[in-house]
Structure formats: structure tokens, C-alpha cells
Design a protein around this ligand. Structure first.
Ligand code: HH2
Length: 258
């Protein structure tokens, strides 16, 4: 899953694809490089970020979703707003990726159930503005698995099919650097939910902490290493900025595993 942030303020690529023309070109390049899914977002969820209003989010992403879905790419939309989800699905997106696991907008659960589309339910506590103060865990992998199990049950109770749900540990969302490491090591605990696991480690702060590389844009090698580790612990989908490097690493890793 290639990350396409059409935002002025994302933590590693903010402003890079701000114009629709640049974003569409970047998305096409990611497909050529081997991305199976393009994850298009118009709202930064970096720690401390305030939510972007849905109309501004839509203005940023809609032309990009329309063009890339129109040229045959499989598009997911990274949003917490039901209105944005609906408009993006109408424009050709086929997957909803919600960092709030359909908690932020009261209309989101019903919308995803009605549309019958796949959804990524990510673990977070609080909101991006408050999450850094919500990092008390006694066993982070067990608690993330238990909290995600509640989100999965709620989605199913609202009518979302189990086979349409992927789960995500939410690396960097209400977790300290050490907890991100512990959570990735404990990722197999999430397999009990019987949903594909998506992992988003790309360029995140804990990679800076482990590698000593301060600039997120310089963290490609560490991100690839962490991504392969996540695969070895049960992840099936990697959400990444650096598609070509990740696809190359995955191909070699998978071939060696046999
Ligand atoms: N991480 C980010 C955003 N969306 N979605 C899922 N499912 N999993 C993640 O780990 C995840 C996500 C944050 O990263 P990014 O999009 O690169 O930055 P920003 O939120 O600043 O736009």
C-alpha cells in the first residue's frame, strides 16, 4: 500500500504532493513500482495535529481519487469523516482506511456497512491531538489486540462482513517508541482476530529513535527493515512511502522464505 498524502503538514511528505497534478503523477509512479493499493489522505494524523474539516479534505483528495481510480488503480481513502468516505467511494475508491477504527464519525460505521466495502480498523487511543498522553499499557500487544477485538465486534454488529475487515496495530498512535517495538514483536497476538494485519511503520518516529536518523525522509532503509520484521510477525499488507524499495525487499524476502 503506497502512501499518498495530499496535505501541507504530514510528518514526512507534507506538501510534497499538494497539487493534484503532482499527487496523481506520484500515485501512477507507485503503481508502476508495484503498489497494489494507493492510500490517499487529505488529513495529517501526526501527533498533535488538529483534524482537517471534511470539505477541505475532500477538496484536496477528490480529484486525485477520481484520476487514479479512473486509471485502474485500487484506491483506499485514509479518512475519519463519513462524508469524505462516501464521496471517495462514489469517485472510485474501494477501501476505507480509518485511523479511528470508525469511532470518530458516528455515521461511519453505518456507511461502511451499507457500502459493503473493505475497511482497515486501526488501533488508537484518543485522537491525534491527545494520543501521546494515552500510553499506559501493562502488556501493549495484548491490550491492542483486546481493544481491536472490540472495534471488530462493533463493526460486525453494525453489519460489516468479517471478510471485509483488516486490522492495524496503529504503530505510533498512542504508543511510545519502546511500546512500538514491543507491539511489533507481539504482532502475532493480533492473528487471533482472524483478520489480515496491515502495518504502517514507514518513516515513523520509533525508526528515528532506533536508527538515530532525525529526518523522516532519510529513514527508508530502517522502514524496510521494520516492514520485513512486521511481515515475519504476521503482517500481510505494508503501508509505505517508499514503494520500489519495499517491493524489492519483499520479493527477495518472500523468495528466500520459499
Ligand atoms: N499511519 C498514518 C496515517 N494513516 N493508517 C493506517 N491504517 N496505519 C497507519 O499506521 C497509519 C495510517 C500516519 O502516517 P502518514 O500518513 O505518513 O503521516 P500523516 O498522518 O502525518 O499524514
Amino acid at each position: 500500500m503506497g502512501i499518498l498524502n495530499v496535505t501541507p503538514d504530514s510528518f514526512s511528505d507534507g506538501g510534497l504532493h499538494l497539487g493534484a497534478v503532482q499527487a496523481i503523477a506520484a500515485g501512477r509512479r507507485m503503481v508502476d513500482e508495484g503498489a497494489d493499493i494507493l492510500d490517499i489522505g487529505g488529513d495529517s494524523t501526526r501527533p498533535g495535529a488538529a483534524a482537517t474539516p471534511a470539505d477541505e479534505e475532500l477538496r484536496r483528495i477528490l480529484p486525485v481519487v477520481t484520476a487514479l481510480a479512473g486509471s485502474g488503480a485500487r484506491v483506499s481513502v485514509d479518512t475519519r469523516n463519513a462524508a469524505t468516505m462516501a464521496a471517495a467511494l462514489d469517485a472510485g475508491a474501494t477501501i476505507i482506511n480509518d485511523v479511528s477504527a470508525l469511532q470518530h464519525d458516528p455515521a461511519a460505521l453505518g456507511l461502511v456497512a451499507d457500502r459493503g466495502c473493505p475497511v482497515v480498523l486501526m488501533h488508537m487511543r484518543g485522537t491525534p491531538a491527545t494520543m501521546d498522553g494515552l500510553t499506559k499499557y501493562s502488556d501493549v500487544a495484548a491490550e491492542v489486540a483486546a481493544e481491536l477485538a472490540i472495534r471488530v465486534a462493533e463493526a460486525k454488529a453494525a453489519g460489516v462482513r468479517h471478510s471485509n475487515i483488516a486490522i492495524d496495530p496503529g504503530i505510533g498512535f498512542a504508543k511510545t517508541g519502546a511500546q512500538n517495538v514491543e507491539l511489533l514483536r507481539g504482532l502475532p497476538r493480533l492473528l487471533a482476530l482472524n483478520c489480515p494485519i496491515l502495518a504502517g511503520v514507514s518513516r515513523k518516529g520509533f525508526i528515528g529513535g532506533l536508527s538515530g536518523v532525525a529526518d523522516p525522509a532519510e529513514r527508508m532503509a530502517g522502514s524496510v527493515a521494520a516492514g520485513l520484521f512486521a511481515l515475519s510477525r504476521g503482517a500481510r499488507i505494508l503501508r509505505v512511502h517508499d514503494v520500489a524499495a519495499t517491493v524489492q525487499a519483499m520479493r527477495v524476502w518472500q523468495a528466500l522464505h520459499g
